[in-house]
Design a protein around this ligand. Structure first.
Ligand code: PGA
Ligand code: ZN
Length: 417
Protein backbone atom coordinates (compact mmCIF):
# COMPACT_ATOMS: atom_id res chain seq x y z
CA UNK A 1 0.00 0.00 0.00
CA UNK A 2 1.51 3.31 -1.03
CA UNK A 3 0.43 6.87 -0.46
CA UNK A 4 0.16 9.88 -2.76
CA UNK A 5 3.02 12.27 -2.12
CA UNK A 6 2.26 14.90 -4.76
CA UNK A 7 0.16 15.65 -7.85
CA UNK A 8 1.32 17.92 -10.65
CA UNK A 9 -0.47 18.90 -13.84
CA UNK A 10 0.80 20.43 -17.06
CA UNK A 11 -0.64 21.60 -20.34
CA UNK A 12 -0.01 19.30 -23.32
CA UNK A 13 -1.71 19.08 -26.73
CA UNK A 14 -4.24 16.70 -28.26
CA UNK A 15 -4.46 15.24 -31.76
CA UNK A 16 -6.34 18.27 -33.05
CA UNK A 17 -3.60 20.51 -31.74
CA UNK A 18 -5.68 21.88 -28.88
CA UNK A 19 -4.35 22.32 -25.35
CA UNK A 20 -5.35 19.64 -22.84
CA UNK A 21 -4.46 18.57 -19.32
CA UNK A 22 -1.97 15.92 -18.20
CA UNK A 23 -1.78 15.11 -14.50
CA UNK A 24 1.03 13.21 -12.86
CA UNK A 25 0.69 11.40 -9.55
CA UNK A 26 3.76 10.81 -7.41
CA UNK A 27 3.76 8.03 -4.82
CA UNK A 28 5.76 7.61 -1.64
CA UNK A 29 7.12 4.32 -3.01
CA UNK A 30 8.78 6.20 -5.89
CA UNK A 31 6.28 5.24 -8.59
CA UNK A 32 4.62 7.89 -10.73
CA UNK A 33 1.98 7.79 -13.44
CA UNK A 34 0.23 10.30 -15.66
CA UNK A 35 -2.96 10.56 -17.67
CA UNK A 36 -3.94 12.83 -20.58
CA UNK A 37 -7.58 13.80 -21.09
CA UNK A 38 -9.22 13.78 -24.55
CA UNK A 39 -11.78 16.26 -25.86
CA UNK A 40 -14.80 16.00 -28.18
CA UNK A 41 -16.09 18.07 -31.11
CA UNK A 42 -19.70 16.95 -30.92
CA UNK A 43 -20.16 17.50 -27.21
CA UNK A 44 -23.49 16.63 -25.55
CA UNK A 45 -25.22 19.27 -23.42
CA UNK A 46 -25.44 16.88 -20.49
CA UNK A 47 -21.75 15.98 -20.39
CA UNK A 48 -19.63 16.85 -17.39
CA UNK A 49 -18.04 20.28 -17.73
CA UNK A 50 -14.69 20.74 -19.45
CA UNK A 51 -12.91 23.69 -17.86
CA UNK A 52 -11.16 25.94 -20.41
CA UNK A 53 -9.84 29.46 -20.06
CA UNK A 54 -12.38 31.02 -22.42
CA UNK A 55 -11.16 34.55 -21.71
CA UNK A 56 -7.46 33.81 -22.26
CA UNK A 57 -6.58 35.20 -25.71
CA UNK A 58 -3.11 33.65 -25.77
CA UNK A 59 -4.59 30.25 -26.60
CA UNK A 60 -7.78 31.58 -28.23
CA UNK A 61 -9.79 30.62 -25.17
CA UNK A 62 -8.76 26.97 -25.35
CA UNK A 63 -6.05 26.68 -22.71
CA UNK A 64 -6.62 24.64 -19.54
CA UNK A 65 -4.44 26.63 -17.15
CA UNK A 66 -7.26 27.09 -14.63
CA UNK A 67 -7.84 23.34 -14.51
CA UNK A 68 -4.11 22.84 -14.02
CA UNK A 69 -4.19 25.35 -11.17
CA UNK A 70 -6.96 23.34 -9.47
CA UNK A 71 -4.92 20.12 -9.68
CA UNK A 72 -1.69 21.68 -8.49
CA UNK A 73 -3.52 23.57 -5.74
CA UNK A 74 -6.54 22.26 -3.93
CA UNK A 75 -6.70 18.75 -5.45
CA UNK A 76 -3.07 17.96 -4.68
CA UNK A 77 -3.45 19.38 -1.18
CA UNK A 78 -6.58 17.34 -0.51
CA UNK A 79 -5.33 14.01 -1.86
CA UNK A 80 -1.76 14.01 -0.57
CA UNK A 81 -1.40 11.13 1.88
CA UNK A 82 -4.31 9.14 0.37
CA UNK A 83 -3.90 5.40 -0.12
CA UNK A 84 -3.40 4.99 -3.89
CA UNK A 85 -5.24 1.67 -3.88
CA UNK A 86 -8.47 3.25 -2.68
CA UNK A 87 -9.74 4.48 -6.06
CA UNK A 88 -13.29 4.80 -4.78
CA UNK A 89 -12.27 7.10 -1.95
CA UNK A 90 -10.08 9.18 -4.26
CA UNK A 91 -12.94 9.63 -6.73
CA UNK A 92 -15.54 10.33 -4.06
CA UNK A 93 -13.27 12.94 -2.56
CA UNK A 94 -12.79 14.60 -5.94
CA UNK A 95 -16.56 14.67 -6.52
CA UNK A 96 -17.18 16.13 -3.07
CA UNK A 97 -14.40 18.68 -3.38
CA UNK A 98 -15.94 19.91 -6.62
CA UNK A 99 -19.42 20.00 -5.14
CA UNK A 100 -21.39 20.68 -8.35
CA UNK A 101 -23.54 18.38 -10.46
CA UNK A 102 -21.58 18.72 -13.71
CA UNK A 103 -18.13 19.15 -12.12
CA UNK A 104 -18.17 22.81 -13.06
CA UNK A 105 -16.00 24.14 -10.28
CA UNK A 106 -12.84 22.07 -10.72
CA UNK A 107 -13.60 20.90 -14.26
CA UNK A 108 -14.22 17.28 -15.29
CA UNK A 109 -10.94 17.41 -17.23
CA UNK A 110 -8.98 18.25 -14.06
CA UNK A 111 -10.85 15.64 -12.00
CA UNK A 112 -10.61 12.82 -14.54
CA UNK A 113 -6.90 13.37 -15.15
CA UNK A 114 -6.28 12.74 -11.45
CA UNK A 115 -8.74 9.84 -11.28
CA UNK A 116 -7.15 7.96 -14.22
CA UNK A 117 -3.57 8.74 -13.19
CA UNK A 118 -4.39 7.34 -9.74
CA UNK A 119 -5.52 4.04 -11.22
CA UNK A 120 -2.36 3.82 -13.32
CA UNK A 121 -0.15 4.66 -10.33
CA UNK A 122 -1.89 1.98 -8.23
CA UNK A 123 -1.24 -0.61 -10.94
CA UNK A 124 2.45 0.28 -10.96
CA UNK A 125 2.62 0.19 -7.20
CA UNK A 126 0.92 -3.24 -7.10
CA UNK A 127 3.09 -4.38 -10.04
CA UNK A 128 0.08 -5.57 -12.02
CA UNK A 129 -1.10 -4.65 -15.54
CA UNK A 130 -3.43 -1.66 -15.70
CA UNK A 131 -6.43 -3.70 -16.90
CA UNK A 132 -6.08 -5.97 -13.89
CA UNK A 133 -6.23 -3.01 -11.57
CA UNK A 134 -9.40 -1.72 -13.26
CA UNK A 135 -11.42 -4.94 -13.10
CA UNK A 136 -11.45 -8.70 -13.46
CA UNK A 137 -12.47 -8.86 -17.14
CA UNK A 138 -10.32 -10.52 -19.76
CA UNK A 139 -12.32 -9.85 -22.92
CA UNK A 140 -10.85 -8.33 -26.04
CA UNK A 141 -13.45 -6.01 -27.61
CA UNK A 142 -14.47 -5.99 -31.25
CA UNK A 143 -13.20 -2.83 -32.92
CA UNK A 144 -15.80 -0.47 -34.34
CA UNK A 145 -13.57 1.08 -36.93
CA UNK A 146 -14.62 4.43 -38.30
CA UNK A 147 -13.38 4.25 -41.89
CA UNK A 148 -15.24 7.12 -43.53
CA UNK A 149 -15.62 10.37 -41.63
CA UNK A 150 -18.33 12.96 -42.25
CA UNK A 151 -20.30 15.47 -40.18
CA UNK A 152 -18.31 17.75 -37.88
CA UNK A 153 -15.29 15.43 -38.17
CA UNK A 154 -14.64 16.19 -41.84
CA UNK A 155 -14.90 18.95 -44.41
CA UNK A 156 -17.02 16.98 -46.85
CA UNK A 157 -20.78 17.01 -47.36
CA UNK A 158 -21.57 13.67 -45.72
CA UNK A 159 -24.37 14.15 -43.19
CA UNK A 160 -23.64 11.11 -41.03
CA UNK A 161 -20.54 11.59 -38.85
CA UNK A 162 -19.10 8.07 -38.88
CA UNK A 163 -19.31 5.12 -41.27
CA UNK A 164 -17.97 2.18 -39.32
CA UNK A 165 -17.09 -1.46 -39.93
CA UNK A 166 -17.14 -4.18 -37.30
CA UNK A 167 -15.48 -7.56 -37.99
CA UNK A 168 -18.15 -9.63 -36.22
CA UNK A 169 -16.68 -13.04 -36.88
CA UNK A 170 -13.10 -12.36 -35.75
CA UNK A 171 -11.91 -15.02 -33.34
CA UNK A 172 -8.97 -13.02 -32.00
CA UNK A 173 -8.16 -9.34 -31.78
CA UNK A 174 -5.25 -9.91 -34.11
CA UNK A 175 -7.61 -11.36 -36.69
CA UNK A 176 -10.02 -8.46 -36.21
CA UNK A 177 -7.26 -5.98 -37.06
CA UNK A 178 -6.13 -8.05 -40.01
CA UNK A 179 -9.65 -7.95 -41.47
CA UNK A 180 -9.91 -4.19 -40.93
CA UNK A 181 -6.49 -3.64 -42.47
CA UNK A 182 -7.42 -5.53 -45.64
CA UNK A 183 -10.69 -3.64 -46.08
CA UNK A 184 -9.07 -0.26 -45.47
CA UNK A 185 -6.38 -0.96 -48.09
CA UNK A 186 -9.06 -1.89 -50.64
CA UNK A 187 -11.08 1.17 -49.72
CA UNK A 188 -8.02 3.33 -50.26
CA UNK A 189 -7.44 2.00 -53.76
CA UNK A 190 -11.13 2.34 -54.63
CA UNK A 191 -11.02 6.00 -53.58
CA UNK A 192 -7.81 6.50 -55.54
CA UNK A 193 -9.39 4.96 -58.64
CA UNK A 194 -12.22 7.45 -58.40
CA UNK A 195 -9.79 10.34 -57.90
CA UNK A 196 -11.23 10.92 -54.43
CA UNK A 197 -9.10 12.13 -51.57
CA UNK A 198 -7.49 9.55 -49.30
CA UNK A 199 -6.56 12.15 -46.69
CA UNK A 200 -7.80 11.17 -43.29
CA UNK A 201 -10.13 13.03 -40.90
CA UNK A 202 -9.91 13.60 -37.15
CA UNK A 203 -10.39 9.94 -36.27
CA UNK A 204 -8.21 8.45 -38.97
CA UNK A 205 -10.99 7.52 -41.39
CA UNK A 206 -11.00 8.77 -44.97
CA UNK A 207 -12.91 11.96 -45.59
CA UNK A 208 -13.65 11.88 -49.35
CA UNK A 209 -16.04 14.37 -50.85
CA UNK A 210 -18.89 11.96 -51.48
CA UNK A 211 -22.33 13.33 -52.15
CA UNK A 212 -24.51 11.09 -49.99
CA UNK A 213 -24.60 8.66 -47.07
CA UNK A 214 -25.53 5.93 -49.53
CA UNK A 215 -22.42 6.55 -51.63
CA UNK A 216 -20.23 6.16 -48.55
CA UNK A 217 -21.99 2.92 -47.61
CA UNK A 218 -21.77 1.51 -51.16
CA UNK A 219 -18.06 2.13 -51.47
CA UNK A 220 -17.41 0.45 -48.10
CA UNK A 221 -19.47 -2.56 -49.22
CA UNK A 222 -17.41 -2.81 -52.39
CA UNK A 223 -14.19 -2.62 -50.37
CA UNK A 224 -15.41 -5.41 -48.07
CA UNK A 225 -16.25 -7.61 -51.04
CA UNK A 226 -12.95 -6.91 -52.84
CA UNK A 227 -11.07 -7.78 -49.67
CA UNK A 228 -12.73 -11.20 -49.83
CA UNK A 229 -15.27 -10.83 -47.02
CA UNK A 230 -19.03 -11.01 -46.84
CA UNK A 231 -20.77 -7.89 -45.64
CA UNK A 232 -23.43 -8.72 -43.09
CA UNK A 233 -21.79 -11.95 -41.97
CA UNK A 234 -18.04 -11.40 -41.65
CA UNK A 235 -18.29 -7.67 -41.30
CA UNK A 236 -21.23 -5.49 -40.42
CA UNK A 237 -21.77 -1.81 -41.00
CA UNK A 238 -22.33 0.56 -38.11
CA UNK A 239 -23.19 4.25 -38.13
CA UNK A 240 -22.71 7.14 -35.74
CA UNK A 241 -25.16 9.75 -36.96
CA UNK A 242 -24.32 12.29 -34.21
CA UNK A 243 -27.82 13.67 -34.79
CA UNK A 244 -27.47 16.50 -32.28
CA UNK A 245 -25.64 18.32 -35.03
CA UNK A 246 -28.45 17.64 -37.54
CA UNK A 247 -31.46 18.65 -35.44
CA UNK A 248 -33.51 21.84 -35.59
CA UNK A 249 -37.06 22.58 -34.45
CA UNK A 250 -38.03 18.91 -34.11
CA UNK A 251 -36.72 18.10 -37.59
CA UNK A 252 -33.64 16.25 -38.80
CA UNK A 253 -31.33 16.70 -41.76
CA UNK A 254 -29.85 13.20 -41.76
CA UNK A 255 -30.12 12.27 -45.44
CA UNK A 256 -29.56 15.69 -47.03
CA UNK A 257 -29.25 19.31 -45.98
CA UNK A 258 -33.03 19.54 -45.97
CA UNK A 259 -34.70 19.16 -42.55
CA UNK A 260 -37.44 16.51 -42.58
CA UNK A 261 -39.97 15.32 -39.98
CA UNK A 262 -39.19 12.75 -37.32
CA UNK A 263 -41.50 10.23 -39.02
CA UNK A 264 -39.63 10.63 -42.30
CA UNK A 265 -36.30 10.35 -40.48
CA UNK A 266 -37.35 7.07 -38.87
CA UNK A 267 -38.52 5.83 -42.26
CA UNK A 268 -35.13 6.74 -43.69
CA UNK A 269 -33.34 4.67 -41.03
CA UNK A 270 -35.64 1.70 -41.59
CA UNK A 271 -34.97 1.90 -45.34
CA UNK A 272 -31.21 1.99 -44.77
CA UNK A 273 -31.41 -1.03 -42.46
CA UNK A 274 -33.47 -2.92 -45.02
CA UNK A 275 -31.15 -2.08 -47.89
CA UNK A 276 -27.75 -2.49 -46.21
CA UNK A 277 -26.16 -4.83 -43.62
CA UNK A 278 -26.30 -2.20 -40.88
CA UNK A 279 -26.17 -3.65 -37.37
CA UNK A 280 -25.65 -0.64 -35.15
CA UNK A 281 -26.76 3.01 -35.15
CA UNK A 282 -25.37 5.49 -32.64
CA UNK A 283 -27.14 8.76 -31.82
CA UNK A 284 -29.86 8.48 -34.49
CA UNK A 285 -31.68 11.31 -32.72
CA UNK A 286 -30.89 14.32 -30.64
CA UNK A 287 -29.96 14.08 -26.96
CA UNK A 288 -33.38 14.94 -25.47
CA UNK A 289 -35.69 13.50 -28.11
CA UNK A 290 -36.49 10.47 -25.91
CA UNK A 291 -39.70 9.51 -27.71
CA UNK A 292 -37.92 9.26 -31.04
CA UNK A 293 -35.38 6.89 -29.45
CA UNK A 294 -38.12 4.78 -27.86
CA UNK A 295 -39.95 4.48 -31.20
CA UNK A 296 -36.95 3.38 -33.22
CA UNK A 297 -35.73 0.93 -30.56
CA UNK A 298 -39.16 -0.70 -30.55
CA UNK A 299 -39.32 -0.85 -34.35
CA UNK A 300 -35.93 -2.51 -34.83
CA UNK A 301 -36.60 -4.91 -31.97
CA UNK A 302 -33.34 -6.50 -30.83
CA UNK A 303 -31.89 -6.91 -34.31
CA UNK A 304 -30.09 -3.60 -34.44
CA UNK A 305 -27.86 -2.10 -31.80
CA UNK A 306 -29.15 1.38 -30.90
CA UNK A 307 -26.37 3.23 -29.11
CA UNK A 308 -26.78 6.24 -26.84
CA UNK A 309 -23.78 8.57 -26.81
CA UNK A 310 -25.02 12.16 -26.36
CA UNK A 311 -28.27 10.66 -25.02
CA UNK A 312 -26.64 8.96 -22.03
CA UNK A 313 -23.31 10.85 -21.70
CA UNK A 314 -21.95 7.98 -19.55
CA UNK A 315 -24.33 9.16 -16.83
CA UNK A 316 -26.06 6.69 -14.52
CA UNK A 317 -29.26 8.70 -14.12
CA UNK A 318 -29.70 9.17 -17.85
CA UNK A 319 -28.91 5.50 -18.52
CA UNK A 320 -31.52 4.50 -15.92
CA UNK A 321 -34.07 6.62 -17.76
CA UNK A 322 -33.14 4.84 -20.96
CA UNK A 323 -33.39 1.40 -19.38
CA UNK A 324 -36.81 2.16 -17.90
CA UNK A 325 -38.23 3.63 -21.10
CA UNK A 326 -36.40 1.24 -23.48
CA UNK A 327 -34.85 4.13 -25.37
CA UNK A 328 -31.81 2.17 -26.67
CA UNK A 329 -30.01 -1.13 -26.12
CA UNK A 330 -26.37 -0.05 -25.91
CA UNK A 331 -24.32 2.77 -24.42
CA UNK A 332 -21.21 4.52 -25.63
CA UNK A 333 -18.82 5.02 -22.72
CA UNK A 334 -16.53 8.06 -22.67
CA UNK A 335 -14.89 8.59 -19.28
CA UNK A 336 -14.59 12.35 -19.83
CA UNK A 337 -18.36 12.67 -20.25
CA UNK A 338 -18.74 11.87 -16.56
CA UNK A 339 -15.38 12.71 -15.01
CA UNK A 340 -14.23 9.86 -12.73
CA UNK A 341 -13.23 6.24 -13.24
CA UNK A 342 -15.51 5.01 -10.45
CA UNK A 343 -18.60 6.57 -12.03
CA UNK A 344 -17.57 5.24 -15.46
CA UNK A 345 -17.33 1.69 -14.12
CA UNK A 346 -20.65 2.03 -12.28
CA UNK A 347 -22.36 3.00 -15.54
CA UNK A 348 -20.83 0.00 -17.32
CA UNK A 349 -22.06 -2.35 -14.58
CA UNK A 350 -25.54 -0.85 -14.67
CA UNK A 351 -25.59 -1.33 -18.45
CA UNK A 352 -24.49 -4.97 -18.27
CA UNK A 353 -26.97 -5.79 -15.51
CA UNK A 354 -29.69 -4.63 -17.87
CA UNK A 355 -28.36 -6.42 -20.97
CA UNK A 356 -27.13 -3.23 -22.56
CA UNK A 357 -23.99 -3.58 -24.65
CA UNK A 358 -21.12 -1.27 -23.76
CA UNK A 359 -18.82 0.39 -26.29
CA UNK A 360 -15.77 2.08 -24.83
CA UNK A 361 -14.88 5.17 -26.85
CA UNK A 362 -12.17 7.67 -27.65
CA UNK A 363 -12.91 11.36 -28.43
CA UNK A 364 -12.23 13.09 -31.71
CA UNK A 365 -9.48 15.08 -29.97
CA UNK A 366 -7.38 12.34 -28.37
CA UNK A 367 -3.81 11.56 -27.37
CA UNK A 368 -1.22 8.83 -26.94
CA UNK A 369 -2.92 7.84 -23.68
CA UNK A 370 -4.29 4.30 -24.09
CA UNK A 371 -6.31 3.98 -20.87
CA UNK A 372 -9.54 3.10 -22.73
CA UNK A 373 -7.96 -0.06 -24.18
CA UNK A 374 -7.40 -1.43 -20.68
CA UNK A 375 -10.82 -0.20 -19.60
CA UNK A 376 -12.52 -2.15 -22.39
CA UNK A 377 -10.77 -5.41 -21.49
CA UNK A 378 -11.21 -5.05 -17.73
CA UNK A 379 -14.95 -4.39 -17.97
CA UNK A 380 -15.71 -7.15 -20.52
CA UNK A 381 -17.04 -4.53 -22.90
CA UNK A 382 -17.98 -6.13 -26.19
CA UNK A 383 -16.79 -3.24 -28.38
CA UNK A 384 -14.32 -0.40 -28.58
CA UNK A 385 -14.58 2.64 -30.84
CA UNK A 386 -11.24 4.27 -31.36
CA UNK A 387 -11.01 5.36 -34.97
CA UNK A 388 -9.39 3.87 -38.03
CA UNK A 389 -6.00 2.22 -38.54
CA UNK A 390 -4.31 5.58 -39.01
CA UNK A 391 -3.04 8.42 -36.80
CA UNK A 392 -0.88 7.34 -33.89
CA UNK A 393 -3.34 8.42 -31.20
CA UNK A 394 -5.91 5.94 -32.63
CA UNK A 395 -3.51 3.13 -33.50
CA UNK A 396 -1.93 3.37 -30.03
CA UNK A 397 -5.13 1.93 -28.53
CA UNK A 398 -5.18 -0.96 -31.01
CA UNK A 399 -1.51 -1.67 -30.38
CA UNK A 400 -2.15 -1.70 -26.64
CA UNK A 401 -4.95 -4.24 -27.17
CA UNK A 402 -2.61 -6.43 -29.24
CA UNK A 403 -0.13 -6.39 -26.36
CA UNK A 404 -2.86 -7.21 -23.83
CA UNK A 405 -3.99 -10.12 -26.00
CA UNK A 406 -0.45 -11.50 -25.95
CA UNK A 407 -0.09 -10.89 -22.24
CA UNK A 408 -3.33 -12.71 -21.43
CA UNK A 409 -2.33 -15.78 -23.46
CA UNK A 410 -4.75 -18.63 -22.94
CA UNK A 411 -7.03 -16.81 -20.53
CA UNK A 412 -8.08 -14.29 -23.18
CA UNK A 413 -11.62 -14.23 -24.56
CA UNK A 414 -12.82 -12.52 -27.73
CA UNK A 415 -16.04 -10.55 -27.49
CA UNK A 416 -19.10 -11.66 -29.43
CA UNK A 417 -21.95 -9.54 -30.61
P1 PGA B 1 -16.61 13.58 -30.34
O1 PGA B 1 -17.31 12.51 -31.27
O2 PGA B 1 -15.50 12.97 -29.60
O3 PGA B 1 -16.19 14.62 -31.34
O4 PGA B 1 -17.69 14.12 -29.43
C1 PGA B 1 -17.22 11.13 -31.09
C2 PGA B 1 -18.59 10.51 -31.15
O5 PGA B 1 -19.57 11.23 -31.42
O6 PGA B 1 -18.74 9.34 -30.89
ZN1 ZN C 1 -21.12 9.57 -31.09
Amino acid sequence: MSKISNIKARQVFDSRGNPTIESEIYLEDGNKASAIIPSGASVGTHEAFELRDVENKKYLGKSVLKAIGKVNGEISKELTGFDIEDQKKIDETLIKLDGTKQKKRLGANAILSVSLASCKAAALSKKIPLFENIGSGKTLPLPLMNIINGGTHANNSLRIQEFIMRPDKAKTFKEALNICFLVIQKLKSLLNDKNLSTNVGDEGGFAPSLASNEQAIEIILTAIERAGFKAGTDISLCLDVAANELFKEKKYAVNSSKFISLEKTIEYYLDLIKKYPIKSIEDPFSEDDWNAWINLTKLVNKDIQIVGDDLFVTNKERLLNGIKSKAANAILVKPNQIGTLTETIEVIHLAHQNSYKTIISHRSGDSEDTFIADLAVATNSSQIKTGSLARSERVAKYNRLLRIEDELGNSVKMAKV
